[in-house]
Design a protein around this ligand. Structure first.
Ligand code: HEC
Ligand code: HEC
Ligand code: HEC
Length: 110
């Protein structure tokens, strides 16, 4: 009985974790920002707020390290994704709605 409960428990836990890894992606992602410092990107917050994956994933696939891969292959320019982040934050700011940072240090942390 006890054994069975443990196995069921592990099964449910593993479902939760694979869901996080392969379904919606990580809740928080650290993106490489070159010499300027990394960006701590709240992925889940954006998914919940924007409800449209394509706003970002039209530029790169739903895969860990996708941005770096495409930049290395030169099919995506450096700062191209960044410009997409900034564009949206600036447009929201102009409209006066709650949004993300528009200053360098708002995104890049040393
Ligand atoms: C505001 C931008 C943005 C939106 C909207 C967005 N994502 Fe992402 N997503 C990212 C970034 C940035 C990465 C990291 C890519 C990298 O590592 O190069 C990522 C990575 C992922 C990954 C890869 C695993 C991981 O966590 O690194 C999955 C899966 C994923 N996203 C799924 C989704 C789904 C499903 C939606 C819509 C419900 C969505 N994303 C919406 C920006 C976004
Ligand atoms: C809204 C968030 C955000 C803001 C604001 C922002 N960045 Fe970025 N930056 C990113 C992201 C995400 C990346 C990594 C993806 C890419 O290169 O597009 C990046 C990449 C970079 C890189 C690395 C490019 C390379 O050489 O590989 C540099 C340097 C950089 N940013 C400098 C700046 C400076 C300077 C400012 C202010 C004028 C700024 N960033 C504002 C999010 C931001
Ligand atoms: C289409 C619009 C859109 C795009 C694209 C977008 N964001 Fe945002 N971002 C938002 C909005 C809206 C919020 C405010 C969400 C909230 O707090 O409810 C936000 C909030 C944030 C915050 C602040 C979170 C906090 O805890 O206050 C950071 C950091 C951020 N974004 C980084 C990024 C980065 C990096 C990218 C690109 C990879 C990006 N955003 C792309 C709309 C966008």
């Amino acid at each position: 009985m006890y054994k069975k409960a443990v196995i069921v428990g592990i099964f449910i836990l593993s479902l939760t974790f694979t869901g996080a890894a392969f379904g919606a992606g990580s809740a928080n992602i650290v993106l490489k920002g070159g010499h300027f410092g990394d960006i701590h990107f709240p992925h889940k917050l954006h998914q919940d707020t924007l409800k449209n994956c394509k706003l970002c994933h039209k530029m790169f696939p739903m895969k860990k390290g996708a941005i770096e891969d495409l930049i290395a292959k030169k099919t995506l320019k450096k700062k191209e994704v960044m410009k997409n982040c900034e564009k949206c934050h600036r447009a929201d700011k102009a409209k006066g709605v709650k949004t993300g940072p528009t200053s360098c240090r708002g995104c890049h942390k040393k």
